[in-house]
Design a protein around this ligand. Structure first.
Ligand code: URA
Length: 476
């Protein structure tokens, strides 16, 4: 019999080292006792030099599960993991997926309990701001059931990267100083936690999101165990909210319905003003009808309507932009907003008549993020551009332009399926799949330049690129 002392907060690396040595010596699970007691071992420890070298590959699923089980507070966690390792080594490689296996299921229960504890720590930690040594520090007290600090801490690092914070628990502390995570010894429960302002924020948040009509007390307590209530300021009001839930539900039922979501009224009005035109049956009219039903990617959901290109069927030149913006989404026409105005001005300077050109976009729906009352443009993803190539290719096939001007990188991606460095290739005529394409920047790039001199210079370069297009049309 061999006793192997391991620390309570044993790391996966330390456990693996110890287990490998035991396995290498051929020690059966009932010949090893893993001990977390701080009293010296009565038995011989596994020495570095003892045993032969172990050559064993462990499935990744076991390693993932092991990381979690090691955090569990159960005293038999090491022995359980060693028994599973022993069996894997004896050829039972798929043991973890076997729902009829008692030991595998026990390990899976431990892993799930740890996952749940990590989730609760993420959800229930409440920071309070403190000034310590002239520096602002956000501190929180939390009481996890298991030793989960190592697993749970990266979430707080990602979420609160710009704050210096410390979470103290009875099983250890973890702090973030803007550069690294620091793990420290257990802390003693503070007599008072929280901060009045932050506490009130949490209380207000909870009151606002508490829906009396969906109250399920049992489920709520299961989700938010009472042991965490003391450190969560909002929980003090739960008994009152529960008591008044049925009255509030009744009052809610008697209230008039909520106002429809932002933009809904404007958009409905606009669309009602503009019934879809069927046209006289040219290929572009048909496309215009078909694109209304496009559901190839999720962008159609929040957008008002798809915006197909505009221009004559026999246009010699086609301009391709990125995607409709706010104005284009509402009017259903391409390049009518601020970028469209820059575009129109440059076309006029060069002497290209917009009414004789076909103007369209790589993506037909407006992708945006609502912010307050505004809709902020978001760049379409490569996947969205790729889905929309279907429409662009049909527009090209219908119009058969002699020259296409790609306004920016998204247009090039839509046209060629490849990422092309615009600044390197601009002003040159490339050929791709028997199309002649001239690349230049997108007009909205000119609007974003903060420096007036640079903006004037870049606008001139844009006009020069369009002159190349005009010359090409004259000579083709
Ligand atoms: N930007 C584009 O790429 N297309 C438009 O139609 C408007 C702005």
């Amino acid at each position: 019999m061999l006793t192997v002392p391991l620390p309570d907060d044993c790391t996966p690396e330390a456990f693996r080292t110890a287990a490998r040595k035991c396995l290498a010596q051929g020690l059966q699970p009932d010949e090893v006792i893993f001990s977390t007691s701080s009293t010296p071992s009565l038995f011989e420890e596994v020495g570095e030099e003892s045993g032969s070298k172990l050559d064993m590959v462990v499935p990744r699923s076991f390693l993932d599960m092991m990381r979690k089980v090691l955090c569990h507070s159960a005293s038999d966690r090491f022995a359980l993991l060693y028994r599973l390792l022993w069996r894997i080594r004896s050829g039972e490689r798929h043991i973890l997926g076997n729902v009829a296996d008692r030991e595998a299921m026990q390990a899976s229960r431990y892993a799930r309990a740890v996952d749940k504890d990590v989730y609760r720590m993420h959800a229930y930690v409440r920071f309070a701001e403190r000034e310590i040594d002239g520096k602002n520090l956000f501190v929180a007290w939390h009481e996890p059931q298991h030793r989960i600090l190592q697993l749970a801490a990266p979430f707080f690092m990602d979420r609160f990267t710009n704050m210096d914070w410390l979470i103290a628990t009875p099983v250890g502390t973890v702090a973030w100083d803007g550069r690294s995570l620091l793990f420290g010894p257990p802390a003693i429960r503070p007599s008072r936690t929280g901060d009045e302002v932050l506490d009130e924020v949490w209380r207000a948040y909870y009151r606002t999101t508490f829906n009396p009509a969906r109250l399920r007390v049992k489920a709520m307590v299961a989700q938010m165990p009472k042991q965490h209530w003391a450190t969560m300021p909002e929980t003090a009001q739960i008994p009152e909210l529960v008591k008044t839930a049925s009255l509030r539900t009744k009052a809610m039922g008697e209230q008039p319905p909520d106002a429809p979501p932002r933009f809904a009224a404007t958009l409905t009005e606009r669309l009602a003003e503009k019934p879809h035109e069927v046209g006289d049956g040219t290929p572009l009219d048909l496309l215009r009808g078909q694109v209304q039903t496009c559901r190839s990617c999720p962008l159609y959901g929040p957008a008002t309507q798809p915006v197909l290109g505009e221009g004559p069927l026999n246009a010699a030149i086609m301009f391709v932009g990125e995607q409709p913006g706010d104005h284009e989404d509402l009017t259903g026409k391409p390049f009518v907003g601020p970028a469209g105005q820059v575009f129109d001005r440059a076309l006029a300077e060069v002497g290209i008549e917009r009414s004789k050109a076909y103007v369209t976009n790589a993506v037909k729906h407006f992708k945006f993020e609502p912010r307050g009352k505004r809709r902020i443009h978001m760049k379409p993803s490569a996947g969205e551009v790729s889905k929309c190539r279907f429409w662009l290719q049909r527009e090209i096939a219908a119009v058969k332009p002699r020259l296409i001007v790609a306004l920016g990188a998204t247009a090039m991606l839509g046209l060629t399926g490849r990422a092309v460095p615009v600044t390197k290739e601009r002003g040159r005529i490339l050929s791709s799949n028997s199309l002649s394409i001239l690349v230049t920047v997108h007009p909205s790039y000119l609007l974003r330049l903060p420096d007036a001199d640079l903006a004037a210079l870049e606008y001139k370069r844009f006009v020069e690129d369009l002159r190349v297009a005009k010359r090409q049309l004259g000579t083709a």
